[in-house]
Design a binder for this molecule. Structure first.
Ligand code: CA
Length: 340
């Protein structure tokens, strides 16, 4: 399946040196535009030397910190500072980014559930396939900037996925986490969904770093700067960027470490209602501690229902909208491991 050729073509030459900004062209033939394309912005900045970093934002269209930070990096990065190669796509699922939605309005595709993609399917799966089959085989590392989107708020952090069975890849992922230098660094120890970007990167043995930098469908100021500075530090750490000082970024940043473990760290709504949180992002919680209350506004006689954390941890994520349905995640925690 992944051997089939992508129909997406790049107007920028991925192999050329210097700085090029242009578009990927995804053929999209519809009633209003029979020979139409979806044009996805891409930049390549290269000195022709070893090392390639892929930087992406807008994997989910309603997560804006990466879209902002990477568009700025395209404008700011000077080719004379880049001995290696940087490929930047600030709005990866472009139709979703233009609609400010998690999934694409064209095909309802969730790009981060679409890897390794399909060149013959609808646009979201074609984008996934282009990343997997064209860009990852020529990349050493991938920084994919996410945040909480419309439905969640996140304590800003960067994260990597540890495979547990590929020590060489895990070491490269960990050094990417350290060089990115987010104030909070999370090591994920559950096995990611095989359709995640992280999984497709690992199948290609590319070091992958993700982030969660805010949410609620808005823009987190701290998150934008974590994304910008982190990407620059990751490039510098890999020898792709010569010097951080022209960009006003310091090399060393103190970080707190956390583990992101499995489902027992998640709290879900089981009834439709309105969720009132009893904790804030970054707060330490104990097992059995109340997470929040589901209220039944339509019947004031009905008792509210309390939801509790099953495990101790630090609150990393809270649902953003008040109204919940059964099956909605209202919070999850990460496990503090200490500072460095
Ligand atoms: Ca996301």
């Amino acid at each position: 399946m992944t051997d089939r050729k992508s129909r997406i073509w790049s107007e920028v030459d991925l192999a050329a040196t210097g700085k090029q900004v242009g578009f990927l062209h995804l053929p999209y033939s519809v009633t209003r535009s029979g020979y139409g394309h979806i044009n996805i912005p891409i930049a390549v900045i290269s000195g022709g030397g070893p090392g390639t970093a892929l930087l992406t934002g807008g994997n989910h269209g309603d997560e804006f910190e990466g879209q902002i930070a990477l568009a700025r990096l395209i404008r700011d990065l000077r080719p004379e500072d880049v001995p290696g190669r940087v490929i930047i796509i600030p709005a990866l699922n472009f139709p979703a980014a233009m609609a400010s939605t998690r999934v694409s309005p064209i095909d309802q595709g969730n790009l981060n559930r679409a890897f390794p993609g399909d060149p013959d399917a609808t646009p979201t799966w074609q984008i996934a396939h282009y990343i997997d089959s064209v860009l990852l085989p020529q990349s050493d590392l991938w920084v994919d900037i996410h945040s909480g989107g419309t439905s969640m708020q996140y304590l800003p952090f960067a994260h990597i996925y540890l495979t547990g069975d590929d020590p060489e890849l895990d070491a490269r992922s960990d050094s990417l986490l350290l060089s990115f230098g987010s104030p909070r660094s999370v090591r994920v120890t559950f096995r990611p969904d095989s359709r995640f970007a992280a999984s497709t990167a690992h199948r290609r043995r590319v070091a992958y770093l993700g982030t969660e930098l805010g949410g609620g469908g808005g823009v987190n100021r701290e998150g934008v700067e974590i994304a910008r500075a982190g990407c620059l530090r990751a490039l510098h750490g890999a020898g792709i960027l010569r010097d951080l000082s022209p960009y006003g970024v310091s090399k060393a940043v103190p970080t707190e470490f956390f583990e992101w473990a499995g489902n027992e760290n998640y709290v879900y709504a089981e009834h439709p209602g309105v969720f009132e949180p009893h904790v804030g992002l970054g707060e330490p919680v104990t097992a059995g501690q109340p997470c929040g209350t589901i209220h039944f506004i339509e019947d004031p006689r009905r008792e509210s229902i309390q939801l509790t954390f099953q495990r101790p941890g630090t609150v990393a994520c809270l649902r953003h909208p008040g109204r919940v349905e059964p099956g909605d995640c209202v919070s999850h925690t990460v496990i503090p491991l200490g500072a460095a």
